[in-house]
Design a protein around this ligand. Sequence first.
Ligand SMILES: Nc1ncnc2c1ncn2[C@@H]1O[C@H](COP(=O)(O)OP(=O)(O)O)[C@@H](O)[C@H]1O
Ligand SMILES: [Mg+2]
Length: 239
Amino acid sequence: MAETIIELKRVTRSYRRGSETVSALQDFDLQVPVGAFRAIMGPSGSGKSTLLNLVGGLDRPDAGNVVVDGAELTGMSPAQLSRFRADRIGVIFQAFNLISVLTALQNVELPLLLHSLGRARRREQALRALKLVGMDDRIHHRPAQLSGGQEQRVAVARAFATDPKVILADEPTGELDRHAADSILDLLVLLNQEFGKTILMVTHDPRAAERAGAVIHLDKGQVDRIVPREPVSEQPAGR
Ligand SMILES: Nc1ncnc2c1ncn2[C@@H]1O[C@H](COP(=O)(O)OP(=O)(O)O)[C@@H](O)[C@H]1O
Ligand SMILES: [Mg+2]
């Protein structure tokens, strides 16, 4: 059994909406082994984004514990949470979220500013990440000069440049055509298999979910079921 890298124990998170309380996650338990690639699926409002926000230290539970890479997030101060995010978490969004006035290279260098690296080392790491995603011939392009698929590849490089343990992706292929989506999924598989990154990816797309090792289905703020990927048959079909 692989070591657990992400653990939520009896986590509850609710939001107040006027006089009402909306429960986003209730009594939620989850363990993710180190090096896993998990898709997260579920109806709108089932708590998928809340789960990613808690694991990424962008939000705190009302009750329960969130432990990521040995760090207990529940009691951390805002400064400790920022440090935790900068060191251990990479995020990829549906809408890319690149900074429009910065070049691809500057966008990827940005999270590296939170690390104590010299200028040359920072540039080297950013270039390495851009090369990995096949964008090293576009490093001085601004986001508006790139296609959606290229923007998302830069965003993958930005998430990877700091060498985080965990990568969180909220619908990373939601705005891409099939071809661009496949190339982003190929990159996530590469980061998982070659670099050992643990990945949680929210998606509505069954084809995207198929690329993960297992799918965590959420419903009404709880884990409904976890479905491992069908093993690929080594026998030719129809014998
Ligand atoms: N900031 C917020 N304020 C009020 N309610 C929220 C907020 N964020 C999420 N919720 C509610 O929590 C529930 C879960 O939301 P979310 O985690 O965004 O679901 P999903 O990503 O699966 O669509 C929903 O009912 C949603 O309306
Ligand atoms: Mg969501």
